[in-house]
Design a protein around this ligand. Structure first.
Ligand code: B12
Length: 153
């Protein structure tokens, strides 16, 4: 896993932690496309296709991730072999229990909820994920895209 698209949820204007995450990954050899604040999910997926991303990492700070991710499952369905979706940051508002938000967010289609930047590295280095990018079909070139849009009739 080497190419990563990152962006904040659609309602979220915070950018500092996302920028820090970008620098953190680049220092460790990742290629990162940072889409910045307030990124609609559709745009995130479209850019992941163009960038040939191995992962999409969503940042959340304002506490409204659950609302922002409501369409995630439906959007994922429009793509063949979506890359893993990660999320990190403050997932809930104030007194709400973060574990509760975490469970809902997983249910909405997020594959990994991150508690730290380091956690992303340990998942990215896992053999299953490495194999995944190597398994891209050879016919489409040296590195074909794992998130090709589905042929929906
Ligand atoms: C700066 C700031 C702003 C700036 C943002 C400017 C910018 N361009 O980024 C401005 C003034 C615009 C702003 C606006 C708002 N903010 Co604000 N903001 C902050 C503040 C002070 C700092 C956030 C920050 O950048 N921290 C620096 C990062 C590096 O540190 P961190 O947040 O601790 O992040 C760490 C971890 O959470 C984690 N992490 C964070 N993101 C990610 C992502 C990934 C992928 C991973 C792996 C880890 C990770 O790693 C980081 C490093 O350890 C915090 C309060 C605070 N002191 O933290 C509030 C805060 C985040 N804001 C808050 C709120 C509510 C808002 C507003 C909704 C306020 C309003 N009513 O208008 C709006 C947001 C509107 C919107 N559409 O999103 C709340 C969120 C509440 C919640 N989630 O429970 C906070 C916590 C303030 C508070 N205590 O109430 N904000």
């Amino acid at each position: 896993m080497k190419r990563v698209v990152i962006g904040m949820t659609e309602s979220d204007c915070h950018t500092v932690s996302l920028y820090m995450f970008k620098l953190y990954l680049e220092e460790r050899g990742f290629q990162v496309l940072n889409l910045g604040a307030c990124v609609p999910l559709e745009l995130m997926f479209r850019e992941a296709v163009n960038f040939r991303a191995d992962a999409i990492v969503i940042g959340a700070q304002n506490g409204h991730a659950v609302d922002d991710l409501k369409r995630l499952k439906a959007i994922k369905k429009g793509y063949r072999d979506s890359p893993p979706i990660f999320i990190g940051g403050r997932l809930a508002v104030g007194v709400q229990k973060p574990e509760r938000a975490e469970a809902i967010i997983r249910d909405l289609g997020v594959d990994h909820v991150l508690n730290s930047f380091e956690e992303f590295l340990s998942i990215a280095a896992a053999p299953g994920d490495r194999r995944r990018s190597e398994m891209a079909p050879a016919a489409a070139g040296p590195k074909s895209h794992p998130v090709a849009p589905a042929l929906v009739g």
